[in-house]
Write a protein that binds this ligand. Structure first.
Ligand code: MIC
Ligand code: SF4
Length: 655
């Protein structure tokens, strides 16, 4: 039987298991990436595992989320990361050099290779044929130590693209259309593989906008094959020799097929406050706009900013609107500056930011109260911009620039008709991506003599093995689509404690209930109850580690987001699936008991667990886990599990 692109890459990297959907598969990892807000734990755990040298072909440490360094704690994190990269053998990208996904694709991403990253948008270079997956930091640490990465083999879905994008429709509209159709849960357990005649009509950067935001569908990854355009893109990056040809076999079998006719697309917009709340821009026009931001890892490339700059050249943005351009990388900034586009943007009234995640997680450019912000980003979860009750819309750079000119949400086609001289901008790739590499420090250029840990950098707390008897109160009851931004927000006041778990834990679920952390600490154990898609969004393992630190023993949810569920296993928290009725019936404060020998049942493969509520009624919780995950869970998490294996004389970072 023929193979899909995914199956081809995975067959080349198979370390354990086979490619049967739903079964666990171990994958050899060629490259890893990590960033500043997840990276400190990655290296602390790498150290705690007793590992001393990166074993993958390549590892890269980026500093991108908090590059303004408002607090010494941020700078200490960056200094520690530089010293860890140098000590253990990773490339280091200085703060301000750009967002991990952008800098990685410019410098290291390669077709046919596997990439694991402690950031949920790691799938970005899927647009150039790399199989890239986001995970928690501990999984990255283990992969860096040479261990395979385990996932449940996803279903591979064929997203067949036909036709060509009409003027003013963009790659962003392709992924917004998929979000409109499939929702933020539509990709869970799936890898989306883009095929069909429409693919050749998309440039590689456009493909990467689509693969980047496949994360918002909950997909494990998204991938395109390679073609002449991939070869030319790599040539321009100066890495043409890394091209490999990748296409599905003619008789490849997919679990499902979705067809998108690019020719039918029009400018779309995600309304507040979920990326799947998508409508045609024409349905949102007239909404006054206070702030416009073009940037982020989704639409912060040179090829994203150029169309906006062309549209603004010789014009001025509306007086009631502020506009910021935040490039995804310094290379993009440098190219735009050398070509004079930065000056055009500035003359139009735009503020030009350093290359950073920043505003995407509420660090800088926080919207005013009761205001509307229009962004080219990938997420608009409520409060993520840095203010509760925010009103953030997501769109393409073209819609953003048109709306900045109009001072309100506008369909760029209408604005073009009104102005008469506004052409659909399009873009060309530069002759070569020749930005400076001054901000990249290779492992053999290390400038530190060993690890440098500031006072805010603590140890990673460990959990005891799972107990036989689990009981405690329902500490918090939540609804559907709780994001990791709810569990551990990423705003500046909180982000600076990413390396200090006792302090960070104080903010756990504070966006849902300010009293939660204290209540959890005061109680001797307890449970979280949630609806569908619990833990969607970020890869941050802190969203499992902090509840664990506060004594939470398990999460009862209708369903879990993939990375978060893996993080719960990694930190020894029992994730049980419950049905609708059980979710409706359990109240906050209810006493929960997981009946019988929990640790024993977990190890022996039991799937159904009896949940006794208030000693009054019973329901069933389902544990969907591989034997490997069960052992990790029962040992109290991956760190204690791996250590116990090491003590028992087993392999090092093998799982
Ligand atoms: C995000 O977009 O939410 C983040 C901030 O990049 C996170 C990583 C983190 O929490 O540090 C992600 O996407 O994984
Ligand atoms: Fe940074 Fe935002 Fe991309 Fe996350 S989604 S990596 S915060 S730009």
């Amino acid at each position: 039987m023929g193979q899909t692109i995914t199956e081809k890459i995975l067959s080349d990297h198979l370390a354990d298991g086979d490619l049967t959907p739903g079964e666990e598969v171990g994958i050899e990892i060629d490259q890893v990436l990590t960033q500043d807000t997840t990276g400190t734990l990655v290296w602390l755990q790498f150290e705690a595992l007793g590992l001393d040298e990166v074993q993958t072909e390549l590892a890269a440490q980026y500093c991108d989320h908090q590059t303004y360094q408002f607090d010494f704690k941020n700078s200490d994190d960056h200094r520690f990361l530089r010293s860890a990269a140098g000590t253990f053998g990773a490339h280091f990208s200085r703060p301000g050099n750009g967002i991990c996904h952008n800098v990685h694709r410019e410098n290291f991403a390669a077709p046919g290779k596997t990439l694991l990253g402690s950031d949920s948008h790691t799938p970005t270079p899927g647009g150039m044929g790399q199989l890239a997956i986001g995970s928690g930091g501990l999984d990255v640490a283990v992969a860096m130590g040479g261990g395979p990465y385990y996932i449940e083999m996803p279903e591979v879905v064929n997203v067949r693209l036909e036709g060509e994008l009409p003027e003013w429709a963009t790659a962003k509209d392709v992924i917004l259309e998929l979000l409109r159709r499939l929702s933020v849960k539509g990709g869970v357990g799936k890898i989306l593989e883009y095929t069909g005649p429409g693919v050749e009509n998309l440039s590689v950067p456009e493909r990467m906008t689509i693969t980047n935001m496949g994360t918002e569908l909950g997909a494990t990854s998204s991938v395109f094959g390679t073609d002449d355009r991939t070869q030319k893109y790599l040539d321009k990056l100066g890495r043409g020799d890394q091209f490999v040809s990748l296409a599905p076999d003619d008789d490849a079998e997919y679990a499902d097929e979705i067809t998108v006719d690019l020719g039918d697309l029009e400018p779309l917009i995600a309304q507040p406050s979920m990326p799947d709340n998508v409508v045609p821009v024409s349905e949102a026009t007239g909404q006054s706009v206070d702030q416009v931001i073009v940037g982020s890892c989704t639409n912060g490339a040179y090829e994203d900013i150029l169309p906006a700059a062309k549209m603004l050249e010789g014009r001025e943005i509306n007086k009631k609107t502020e506009m910021i351009v935040a490039p995804g990388s310094k290379q993009a900034s440098e190219l735009l500056a050398r070509q004079g586009w930065t000056a055009e943007l500035m003359a139009a009234g735009v503020n030009f930011s350093e290359a950073t995640c920043g505003a995407c997680i509420g660090i800088g450019h926080v919207p005013a109260s009761d205001s509307v912000s229009l962004r080219t980003f990938n997420r608009n979860f409520e409060g993520r911009s840095g203010i509760e009750d925010d009103s953030v819309y997501l769109c393409s750079p073209e819609v953003a620039a048109a709306s900045a000119l109009a001072g309100e949400i506008v369909d760029p086609r209408d604005l073009a008709a009104e102005l008469g001289d506004l052409d659909a901008p399009g873009f060309e790739l530069p002759d070569e991506y020749n930005g400076s590499k001054a901000d990249l420090i290779a492992p053999d250029e290390t400038v530190d003599d060993g690890l440098v840990k500031g006072p805010n950098i603590g140890d990673v707390p460990l959990k005891d093995p799972l107990e036989e008897h689990l009981a405690g109160p329902t500490l918090l009851k939540m609804g559907n689509n709780i994001t990791t931004d709810h569990i551990i927000p990423a705003t500046q006041d909180i982000l600076m404690y990413r390396s200090n778990i006792p302090k960070l834990s104080e903010f756990t679920l504070s966006r849902v209930d300010e009293e939660f952390a204290q209540r959890a600490l005061d109680s001797d154990g307890g449970f979280l109850v949630a609806g569908e898609n619990y833990g969607q969004g970020s890869s941050r393992e802190h969203a499992a580690l902090c509840p664990m630190y506060l004594g939470v023993e398990g999460v009862l949810a209708q369903s879990f987001a993939r990375i978060h569920k893996a993080n719960l296993f990694n930190f020894g928290l029992l994730p049980l699936e419950i049905d609708d009725e059980t979710h409706d019936r359990i109240e906050e404060g209810d006493d929960i008991e997981i009946v019988d020998d929990v640790a024993g049942a977990v190890r022996s493969g039991a799937e159904e667990f009896t949940i006794r509520v208030n000693d009054d009624w019973e329901a069933t919780g389902v544990l969907k886990a591989s034997q490997r995950e069960r052992e990790i869970l029962a040992d109290g998490g991956k760190l204690p599990h791996t250590r116990s294996k090491q003590e028992g004389g087993a392999a090092t970072a093998d799982d």
